[in-house]
Design a binder for this molecule. Structure first.
Ligand code: C2E
Ligand code: MG
Ligand code: MG
Length: 745
């Protein structure tokens, strides 16, 4: 039998109608029946009565069944494990079972005609409305399933699964029938499962109760700390304490946990094996609904490797790898801080710029390994000379800087203190060094600058200390000098000069002047080309004023190349010139230029480029240049001489050439320095030197020329003693090309 109450009702009604119709049939007829008829009728009536009673019984039985079934249905409906709910087209609850009412947390009678949306959390309301409209429009009658949290009347949230179907009766308005299943428990189980998986991550994790007793640790915790769960649980986190942090550190951590519920930062812990290591820690307080802390959860990342990498990067960035001293960058940083601090505290500081004298010679003679050994020992000695708060830095090469802090407020006294420190450094660095069994002695020069405010930036102070160092070097080395402001302007002028020199090259401001070289008969046999700088503001600048700076900055290389090229071009131009066709041009070559590895090739290139006769070109070298690297010099000279280029030894007598070297050099000419020529008739010893040089050239079979010949007396003396060639104002000053060509005519 069907349990459907509607169906049962319908059947009941049908039975009731049938019984009534039969009762109507047994009503007595208007006319009295006969005796026979009466018996018949009575029998029939009896039968009908019995039938009726049976039908009534059936009817009763059915009614009981119906009521039982209805009660059963109601029970099923109300106590179903899911909530049943019907919403009107306006979203009002028109019907709900007890489970549904319980889920919403309200009595059923209060729920009827209430808007269902009030049980949807504010943040989900939009979604609910969209879904609701969409479902109500749906005439196909398709089920829609989704999860949405329900907000109960008491404010608690239940995660709920919705199973909805829109129901449109023939003439009735649409309704939405919803089955609600509470999935909160499933959700929580799922979340716990996720949390359990998450707990076993790479990060070491620890859960404590509110008093800090460890309740749970994960596998990574054991791997990092060495404590198993059995060893850690029940104990306090202080088992990890390294002793690296003071009480203030932990007080700060607790304060943060109490105020913000979290703490994050670097913390040094101790592993079970005693090893101390750095962690990046994140600790969170877990609170209950009342806001009372119930647990702490801590996650740690072992940053030993990361820290080692950072330290290594810092070491590379801020320390000199050879001596492990701070490098220039770190020094400037510390100096910058000290400038501010000295001003605030009214104290004076000092910067000592230290350079080892003749360090290059050690490197060149004993090799770089020994040089490095010396630098390391110097670094150690310097550190031993200063207080812990002071800084010793290496700027590079053999340059060290000492930063002395907290000297006297009185500048005079501070200077005295710096001087004492500097002298102590000199004395210490003067002691003999043992370089792999080789005893070596070295001396330093020191430039000192004082500061007591940050009026001058750090790099400016460093520059000043460097200037003072130059003064110490100029004063004979192995000594100390304080910065002298007068030096400053000289240095600044030099900086300008170098800047202008670079521009001069690009803007073609150099000129060549030509000075005659003549023989005894006054015939012009050649000329020396002498460079001039046509400076846009300073006018014609002498080479004496810029060649040294050009040498130091290597600008001499392009400048020298230009001179060589211009001279070769001139030789070519004069090839068929009636007066200049046979002239030899003497070109001055600087040391740096000559010692370029490809100097020979550069000269050959110019000769080939202009297709000139190489013997028309004479290169003037100085004694010091030649002696710098005698073996290399001889090789280069021989190579060039082989193709016909001539060589003259300039400024002879001022250097330290030994006779043995002179014999080895493939020289064509020696040029007696003008200082001796000038002293002829003034300083007898110089006149003797001139005679000696001339005699020597005769013996070596080398041509001799005198430069700086200004008077006839000088010329006659030179001729008398056997010097046949002359250059000097007596015959002609250095002049422009046009003037020189005019002179020739
Ligand atoms: P230096 O090669 O010994 O040149 C001779 C210097 O003596 C020249 O000075 C010349 O002008 C000067 N002089 C010539 N005759 C007399 C005289 O009778 N009396 C006096 N008192 N001086 C005389 P300048 O031109 O100023 O050159 C100076 C130095 O500059 C040269 O000395 C040379 O060492 C260098 N120099 C000049 N031009 C060049 C060049 O193109 N390249 C290189 N590397 N150095 C050059
Ligand atoms: Mg010369
Ligand atoms: Mg000279």
């Amino acid at each position: 039998m069907s349990d459907n109450p509607d169906e049962i009702n319908q059947r009941l009604q049908r039975l009731r109608a049938k019984a009534e119709a039969q009762l109507a049939k047994v009503e007595p007829e208007k006319e009295p029946p006969s005796a026979l008829d009466t018996d018949e009728l009575l029998r029939e009536l009896h039968v009908r009565q019995i039938e009726l009673e049976m039908q009534n019984e059936e009817l009763h039985r059915m009614q009981v069944a119906l009521e039982t079934s209805y009660a059963h249905y109601l029970e099923l409906y109300d106590f179903a494990p899911v909530g049943y709910l019907t919403l009107t087209a306006e979203g009002m609850i028109s019907e709900i079972n007890l489970t549904g009412a319980k889920l919403l947390g309200m009595e059923r009678k209060h729920l009827i005609n209430r808007c269902f949306a009030r049980f949807i959390d504010d943040q989900d309301k939009d979604r609910w409305h969209r879904l609701f409209l969409m479902m109500m429009k749906d005439t196909v009658g398709e089920r829609q399933c989704f999860d949405l949290p329900l907000k109960r009347a008491d404010g608690a949230t239940r995660h709920t699964h919705f199973d909805c179907l829109c129901w449109a009766g023939d003439n009735a308005a649409s309704q939405l029938r919803i089955i609600l299943a509470d999935i909160t428990q499933c959700r929580q189980t799922e979340e716990l499962r996720i949390a359990a998986i998450a707990f076993e991550t790479q990060e070491a994790m620890m859960v404590t109760d509110a008093s800090g007793v460890i309740l749970k640790v994960n596998r990574a915790f054991t791997e990092t700390t060495g404590y198993t769960a059995e060893e850690a649980v029940g104990r306090m986190p202080r088992i990890l304490k390294s002793g690296c942090h003071d009480a203030d550190f932990y007080a700060g951590m607790w304060e943060s946990l109490q105020c913000t519920g979290a703490w994050t930062g670097e913390i040094w812990d101790r592993r079970k094996n005693g090893e101390i290591y750095p962690n990046w820690a994140l600790i969170n307080a877990v609170k209950d609904n009342d806001g009372t802390v119930t647990h702490y959860v801590a996650a740690y990342v072992d940053i030993t490797d990361q820290k080692a990498a950072t330290d290594e990067i810092e070491r590379l960035a801020f320390y000199d790898p050879l001596t492990e001293l701070p490098n220039r960058r770190l020094l400037l940083d510390r100096l910058q801080q000290e400038l501010v601090s000295s001003e605030r505290r009214g104290l004076t500081g000092a910067l000592l710029f230290i350079d080892l004298d003749n360090f290059k010679a050690l490197n060149d003679t004993l090799g770089h390994n020994k040089g490095d050994l010396l630098l390391r020992q110097v670094a150690r000695r310097l550190v031993s000379c200063v207080r812990e708060n002071d800084t010793v830095a290496r700027l590079g090469g053999d340059e060290f800087v000492v930063l002395l802090k907290n000297l006297s407020m009185d500048v005079g006294e501070a200077a005295a203190q710096a001087k004492i420190s500097g002298e102590k450094i000199i004395a210490t660095l003067n002691e003999a060094y043992q370089l792999d069994g080789h005893e070596h002695s070295s001396t330093p020069s020191i430039g000192v600058v004082l500061f007591n405010n940050h009026e001058h930036p750090a790099d400016e102070l460093l520059k000043r200390a460097d200037i003072a160092l130059y003064q110490a070097k100029a004063a004979g080395r192995n000594t100390l000098r304080f910065f002298d402001p007068k030096m400053q302007s000289a240095i600044e002028a030099r900086v300008r000069l170098v800047r202008d020199l670079r521009r001069a090259l690009a803007e073609k401001q150099f000129r060549l002047y030509y000075q005659k070289q003549v023989n005894c008969n006054g015939q012009v046999i050649g000329a020396e080309v002498l460079i001039r700088w046509q400076h846009p503001e300073r006018g014609l600048v002498s080479p004496l004023d810029f060649i040294p700076a050009a040498e130091e900055t290597a600008l001499i290389l392009p400048i020298g190349q230009w001179v060589l090229e211009t001279a070769c071009a001139q030789i070519k131009q004069w090839e068929n010139h009636p007066q200049a066709g046979n002239l030899q041009l003497a070109v001055n070559v600087s040391a740096r230029q000559f010692h370029q590895p490809d100097f020979v090739r550069l000269v050959c290139n110019e000769i080939e480029k202009f297709a000139i006769n190489p013997s028309k070109l004479k290169l003037e070298l100085t004694e010091s240049l030649v002696l710098d690297n005698i073996a290399d010099t001889i090789l280069k000279m021989k190579a060039l001489r082989e193709i016909g280029v001539h060589f003259s030894l300039d400024d002879f007598g001022t250097g330290y050439s030994s006779l043995s070297y002179l014999t080895q050099l493939p020289l064509d000419q020696i040029k007696i320095d003008q200082s001796f020529v000038h002293n002829i008739g003034i300083k007898p010893s110089d006149a003797v030197i001139v005679q000696t040089i001339i005699g020597m050239t005769k013996n070596l079979d080398i041509e001799v020329i005198s430069e700086g010949v200004e008077t006839k007396g000088q010329r006659d003396f030179l001729e008398l003693h056997g010097c046949p060639l002359y250059q000097g104002w007596l015959f002609g000053e250095p002049v422009t090309l046009e003037a020189f060509e005019k002179l020739l005519r």
